[in-house]
Design a protein around this ligand. Structure first.
Ligand code: DLL
Length: 432
């Protein structure tokens, strides 16, 4: 028997969901028009006023927002409420000086936590569960989102954050964690560590809520077998709240989008044209209830497919597939967003030429990042000591920029093959 956190919402009729979306969109457009001059200007440039948006059927008229807009408007340009009414920020792993910073009022935090609570209940969670949150806490939304959702459901919440595997396993066994929330790659690593230490009999986990990075069906099977659990997907992005924008139910066939808060569209990433249900394209979200960071038609750059078929679980909200890739060059490495431009900025700043390759792989379910870079002819050296010291300072500079370790391999000038067309900067060997 399926459980729902907010049954009247999660199983509402399609007519009801449409009525909510129509009404909330109209209100939200007025809110943005009145309070976000940056977006008002974009609407004016298209000759639009709030009167042009009478419901979801008019959504396509509104201008898009992109990550570039967020950077241009950084930090307060898209704020929809006075700072005195905001209670929290979260941020994505950044680019040079300009991270994406998202703001929340208390109502925004509440609705986000409701979304995460729905995700926890959808995997069978209730007040008797011990919810082990091993997503990072801090600016990243993973820890805070699932933590808040777990509280709302009434689970015993273990705010573990990421890392310190020994401590994770100790609490997991001593306190009997039943639901694990972390990135799929960390779940796979925990499964291996449990196996190596012969702890499987002492683990009480029954379900896991894994997201923030791409993972395959094969990885799902490995985690399910390794931990003896059911592994569920969860999707979200900082700009739209964080985790819980969409979540999987017991059917494990795509993630229900919380359509009472977010309207999803699929567009052709090249033309911006809205595509019919079932087409593959770029996912675009419009927030219809958020106050402080009310993004309209935000281009996620995630490529996926929407599905409006009825779900056996009884939830009526449409589902999105796993993201199948990106329409930009952002890489997600160990759950951290990495743009090649960030790496290039560090290399140039340190006096290297822009001849480099970024090699991403997944070894034992964990991502690795390597940057192969040519030394400038004037800095070329074949002294091992000098190369090691140069590599170390690049590793440190990259860590400061990206927040994660990247292995650096310095090579002699002209080693990296030149391309006649677009330079091949990224080699992603992960099979996902
Ligand atoms: O990753 C929020 C999150 C935290 C989601 C914990 C799920 C669990 P950002 O750091 O802003 O936010 O990164 C957002 O991560 O645009 C996708 O490309 C990717 N992503 C998120 N969830 C999934 C998923 C968080 N389930 C970006 N599968 C998004 C594949 C995902 N990619």
């Amino acid at each position: 028997m399926a459980k729902y956190y907010q049954p009247e919402i999660e199983t509402a009729s399609r007519e009801q969901i449409k009525a909510w979306q129509d009404e909330r969109l109209v209100k939200q457009v007025q809110h943005v028009w009145d309070n976000v001059p940056y977006y008002r200007k974009k609407m004016e440039e298209k000759g639009l006023t709030p009167a042009d948006i009478q419901g979801v059927a008019d959504l396509h008229k509104l201008p898009f927002l992109t990550k570039d807009d967020l950077r241009e408007a950084y930090p307060y340009g898209l704020l929809g409420k006075p700072l005195s009414e905001c209670v929290r920020i979260h941020s994505t792993s950044g680019t040079t000086g300009k991270r994406v910073v998202a703001f929340y009022t208390q109502a925004d935090v509440d609705l986000w936590e409701d979304c995460c609570a729905r995700a926890i209940v959808a995997v069978g969670g209730d007040q008797d569960d011990v919810c082990h949150v091993a997503y990072g806490y801090g600016l990243f939304t993973g820890g805070a989102g699932l933590h808040g959702g777990s509280h709302k459901v009434g689970c015993m919440t273990l705010p573990m954050s990421s890392g310190s595997t020994d401590r994770q396993l100790q609490f997991m066994t001593d306190l009997g964690s039943t639901i694990l929330c972390c990135t799929p790659s960390y779940a796979a690593y925990l499964a291996e560590s449990i196996h190596e230490r012969g702890l499987k009999d002492q683990i009480k986990l029954k379900a896991g809520i894994f997201g923030a990075e791409a993972w395959s069906q094969k990885m799902r099977e490995d985690i399910q077998n390794g931990l003896g659990i059911k592994a569920y997907d969860i999707y979200g992005l900082t700009e739209i709240s964080g985790p819980g924008v969409a979540y999987e139910c017991e059917a494990q066939t795509g993630m229900h989008i919380n359509e009472d808060h977010f309207i999803a569209e699929i567009i052709n990433p090249d033309t911006g044209e809205v595509l019919p249900m079932g087409s593959k394209g770029e996912l675009v979200f419009t927030c219809i209830t958020k106050e402080a960071f009310p993004l309209l038609r935000y281009r996620t750059r995630d490529i996926c497919v929407l599905n409006a078929e009825p779900c056996p679980c009884g939830r009526t909200h449409i589902k999105m597939s796993k993201p199948m890739g990106r329409s930009d060059d952002m890489l997600i490495v160990k759950g951290v967003n990495v743009f090649p431009s960030q790496i290039e900025a560090v290399l140039l700043e340190q006096g290297y030429p822009a001849n480099y390759q970024i090699i991403v792989d997944r070894v034992n379910h964990s991502d690795t990042l390597e940057v192969m870079v040519e030394m400038a002819p004037e800095n070329f050296s074949d002294s091992l000591a000098k190369i090691t010291s140069m590599e170390k300072s690049l590793v440190d500079a990259l860590k400061a920029m990206l927040g994660i370790y990247a292995k650096v391999r310095l090579v002699a000038p002209k080693t990296i093959a030149r391309s006649e067309g677009k330079a091949v900067r990224i080699i992603d060997k992960r099979k996902i």
